[in-house]
Design a protein around this ligand. Sequence first.
Ligand code: HEM
Length: 159
Amino acid sequence: MMGDYGYGIVIGLHTLAAVVWVGGMYFAHMVLRLPVTEMAPAERLGLWGRVLPRFFVWVWLAVIVLLATGYGVLLAGYRGGIAGGALHVDIMQATGLVMMVLFVALFFGPWRRMRAALGSGDLPTAAAAQGWIRRIVTVNLILGLFTIFVGAAGTFVGY
Ligand code: HEM
């Protein structure tokens, strides 16, 4: 048993990981994206080609921390544990796992294609792949905001 302070620290880390991932998508999609569309294609795609790999390192880290802390507290018996049955935790898991599957698909699909196309100077292919990254991030941003809301608000109604 970890005790309340132990759980508090682990769930604090869980929340920080959510902030890094969803906040990063929020900034990229809601703030950086529109000004960047005013750039010439080669510059625009080159910028994303330098920005995205840096962000993706943090997303991988956030995914690992979210899984380890989320399932960690449940396996340690936090508030009824893995079979505790709190609806908000079930919803968070479902939408969280969908987000992670989408990110992995983005990373090994369009991102790999975009990186290869940028490497060979094939801008149309890079632009098409970047379009898919944008669509997937749009979905993941909405899911992420929803998941944070459910995770945070649910604590007050779930037990
Ligand atoms: C996929 C596996 C996940 C598991 C097993 C999991 C598990 C948990 C658990 C057990 C709690 C504590 C709930 C409570 O005290 O009532 C929690 C809280 C939370 N989770 Fe998750 N989570 C997961 C994914 C995510 C994701 C992807 C996000 C956001 C992107 C997220 C955001 C949050 C937030 C914001 C809280 C609230 C912290 C608080 O205010 O107390 N979780 N999660």
